[in-house]
Design a binder for this molecule. Structure first.
Ligand code: F6R
Length: 606
């Protein structure tokens, strides 16, 4: 899940490589580097950590050259040091790589036996040495590259630069995406449309197994058998405008506050305000007769799927299975022919989710994806794409994409419930009216920010935090815990409230804050009983409920009164305070909120 960029032309490339890396930093920020070639030498600049460190290096030692490659890294093999930063190079070849070379140890030993000297601990460096080995044997760059691809096991998107070629870059993809951008007298290679978008609005997605010879005048694409092929060139709609934080200190806070607007934008697509009903685009299957739904995703997106499981089963009366993609893709799930498989992903590039989608397709499922990047790999391989309209999400911790995913899923549930005659008109009207009010209710919830900040102050020294909820609030408890872990580095877990007494209650003492998510509704009393079991054991409870709930819950020292809403929409609204709580705790802890340690925004390795 690194980002790669390449440019071949007749103008200096260094600045534009760095600008493209800025757009790719969401794929990883452990290190960054660029290399130029073509004048008989490979020249590189690399730096550990964020891109700004590379910029400092380049300020002191600029890099000339009209052909070059760049990389932003999320470390897989080898620590995030300068030595392990890409591009990896010999004196003849430099390589940037996204993916994992699974047989790198065998190849490395073979090359060391031949006299190659390795400088890094990475799997990627073998690629530079293999290509160099081919060149040393008298092969052309194309022959050496093709022979190298044939020896690699695993996933890769590659950009290869040669010391002696001032008008040739070679790119290749297997398992990881790679885009070719067509310019005027200049050509580009990038991990995604965003990398090359501002440079070129004509792009081509390489197909699985393709490799490409890129010259300033154009591209020759080969398939996995090395035959020359044509691939569609399409226009790219990726906006070139700079995305900034406005007056907010962090992207995450800005994105939390954008939720009323972007949920509204998403509803505008899937909800007809005049008829007061949810609707979906035409589906190539009969919603009334779907035998089973499988929802697969990772992380926060998987929690959106878990909320939807409650909704689909209760409201549309259809059986749903949910799983995280990393498990689903290997467990050979039995799926009924003609079932519906839904894939949820902000980036649309998550490797495990994409692999799960391909498995579901092989099992005769109809494929629907809910993505925030409409031109992404997952979108391109789906039968139906239901875009969220969250806008670019820059903060690594997902916030607005999550509530927009829930909004799309809620509309899909209501549409399917109607198609299946599982809901009567009166109930449908109540749920639709509730959903239509989510944007303004979300605005009300955000008014509690100061109170949440003060609660964060009470929790700042906690080593562990527990979140509990029942029904569709259980996934929100897990989401709250995930948000807290990833940006504040405080250990947190989300539990089904009724499970506490089966183990986790042993953790409770006066130093463990417990966030209780308990809107009024059918499960309220049960959740409050679980809360009192915790209070009886000196647990520090923070109750999130509505006025009626707080009154019924009795004396709870810390609480927030959220709007009184139908249980259907409660998970969407209760997501906001847990996001804000994680945010404020992270600010108090002084962590790097938009780019937390060890993480990346898009996870393109399995
Ligand atoms: C958590 C977070 C991750 C992502 C997960 C899936 O805040 O952002 O857990 O939700 O990596 O990513 P997408 O949605 O891009 O498939």
């Amino acid at each position: 899940m690194c980002g790669i960029i390449g440019i071949v032309g007749d103008r200096p490339v260094s600045d534009r490589l760095v600008e493209a890396l800025r757009r790719l930093e969401y794929r990883g920020y452990d290190s960054a580097g660029i290399a130029t070639g073509g004048a008989g030498v490979i020249d590189r600049r690399r730096a550990e950590g964020k891109l700004d460190n590379l910029i400092d290096v380049l300020d002191g030692a600029p890099l000339p050259g009209t052909i070059g490659i760049g990389h932003t890294r999320w470390a897989t093999h080898g620590a995030p040091t300068k030595n392990n930063a890409h591009p990896h190079a010999t004196d003849r070849v430099a390589v940037v790589h996204n993916g994992i070379i699974e047989n790198f140890q065998v190849l490395r030993e073979e090359l060391i036996a031949k006299g190659h000297v390795f400088q890094s601990e990475t799997d990627s460096e073998v690629i530079a040495h293999l290509v160099t080995d081919g060149l040393d044997q008298g092969q052309t760059p194309q022959q050496a590259a093709a022979a190298t691809f044939a020896r690699l096991h695993g996933a890769f998107a590659l950009g290869i630069l040669f010391s002696d070629e001032d008008d040739l870059l070679i790119g290749a993809r297997r398992g990881s995406p790679l885009v070719v951008g067509y310019g005027d007298g200049e050509m580009y290679l990038g991990s995604d449309a965003m990398a090359v978008g501002p440079l070129s609005n004509r792009i081509c997605y390489l197909a699985e197994g393709d490799w490409v010879e890129l010259r300033s005048a154009g591209a020759i694409i080969h398939d996995e058998t090395d035959a020359i092929v044509e691939r569609e060139i399409r226009s790219s709609s990726v906006a070139a405008e700079a995305i900034d934080k406005g007056n907010y200190p962090h992207f995450m806070l800005k994105e939390i506050y954008e939720q009323p607007t972007v949920i509204g934008d998403t509803l505008n697509t899937y909800f007809n305000a005049l008829s007061g009903k949810a609707h979906m685009p035409p589906m190539p299957f009969d919603m009334a007769n779907v035998p089973k739904i499988t929802i697969v995703a990772c992380g926060t997106a998987a929690y959106a799927g878990s909320v939807a499981k409650y909704w689909f089963e209760q409201i549309a009366r259809v059986s749903v299975e949910t799983d995280v993609a990393s498990e689903f893709r290997y467990r050979e799930a039995a799926m009924p022919e003609g079932g519906l498989a839904i894939f949820v992903s902000q980036s649309g590039e998550t490797a495990d989710t994409l692999a799960a989608l391909r498995y579901a397709r092989s099992q005769g499922q109809h494929i629907v994806s809910i993505v925030n990047v409409p031109d992404s790999s997952i979108a391109r391989e789906s039968d139906v794409v239901l875009p969220t309209h969250a806008g670019p999400e820059i903060g690594v911790a997902s916030t607005k994409a999550f509530t927009c995913q829930l909004t799309v899923l809620a509309c899909l549930v209501l549409t399917m419930a109607r198609a299946r005659n599982a809901i009567d008109d009166a109930r449908e009207a109540i749920l639709c009216a509730a959903l239509a009010h989510v944007p303004e209710l979300a605005r009300d919830v955000l008014q509690h920010d100061d109170r949440i900040l003060s609660i964060a102050g009470d929790m700042v020294d906690a080593r562990d935090v527990l979140y509990i909820g029942r029904g569709s609030l259980f996934p929100i408890a897990m989401e709250g815990a995930l948000k807290l872990k990833e940006i504040s580095y405080i250990h947190a877990e989300g539990y089904a409230a009724g499970e506490m007494k089966h183990g986790p209650i042993a953790l409770v003492d006066d130093g463990v804050p417990i966030i209780v998510l308990a809107p009024s509704g059918p499960l309220f009393e049960k959740t409050v009983s679980n809360m009192h079991e915790v209070i009886a054991r000196q647990g520090q409870v923070f109750l999130l409920s509505d006025e009626a709930g707080l009154k019924a819950a009795g004396d709870v020292p810390h609480s927030i009164a959220l709007p009184d809403v139908d249980a259907f929409i409660a998970p969407i609204l209760y997501a906001l305070p847990v996001q804000l709580l994680a945010y404020h705790l992270a600010v108090l802890k002084g962590t790097d909120i938009d780019q937390p340690r060890n993480l990346a925004k898009s996870v393109t390795v399995e």
